[in-house]
Design a protein around this ligand. Sequence first.
Ligand code: SAM
Length: 318
Amino acid sequence: SDSDTADEAVRATCDDASTCKRFATSKAYWKDPYIQYFVRQIGERKAPEINRGYYARVHGMNHLLDAFLKKTGCDCQVVNLGAGLDTTFWRLKDEKNLPRKFFEVDFPTIVARKIHHIKTKPPLSKPLIETHSTDSLLLDGHSLDSDRYCIIGADLRDLPNLEDKLRKFQINPELPTLFLSECVLVYMTPEQSSKLVQWAADTFHTAMFINYEQVNMADRFGQVMIENLQRRQCNLAGVDVCQSLESQRERFLMTGWDGVNALDMMSIYSMLPQEDVARIEQLEFLDEKELLHQLLQHYSICWATKDKLNLGLSQVAF
Ligand code: SAM
């Protein structure tokens, strides 16, 4: 059906993200020794502004994630929604900064592929075994559950099923919990993403939600971005051309979150450690600064908190 085609195109976006990250890391924008095991080929060259955009995206998300881990002293859980082939678990393991448990959710077909990579590549499976206390690690074609890392195949638009599966794998509503969604909510209708965000607020009393996605799409540049996605028959249910930083904040304020911040990626790029920004700006010559600025102004990070345990989550910022 049309909707199956659209969902298939959405699943393909996880390859896009990983391929771009693989390329940027091959140019030393940042280090990721694990992505090569999910995406073997470096692939064709990406434009410098794309690489800088991914640099801002990865560093922006990592900055907030690491700040949450610090506030909670790692006595917390992380749930990466629409995780795709993300490698954050392995980074945190190497940095000795793992939460009590790291959950990932994606469509079952993506999950099956990811599990296959993990099973067949020792650099990916070794950290799971090392952080597991018994010999009962669950690892079959469709699910993987260990003490510290778990992948769940589920559709984020089906909340009862999502909650069932998270509970089956021992998510604890009493623990501070961080939700990540990086380029994911845009593929759902505004109603579906609001319900997801609401469910998170209703289920966890101390939590943070970090969402990265497109913003300010009403102008000419935004139109071109949308046309590019539509050409690939993506289900763009969530592309609301009127989505502004204000409406990003509103989605969380209307669904039970207490503190909400939103910044476009141009602001975030200017707040990242400037020494490292200077370093990456030397990597590839970029003639058209204006193009980078346009691109960065069309993406945002919105982060929301609720904090019954008074951990100071509302202070997490750049
Ligand atoms: N978050 C990863 C990253 O930034 O590298 C992957 C981003 S990719 C653009 C979007 C991911 O969201 C895909 O892996 C896709 O399968 C997943 N996704 C989108 N809609 C979903 C849904 N309804 N249920 C589960 N996963 C979904």
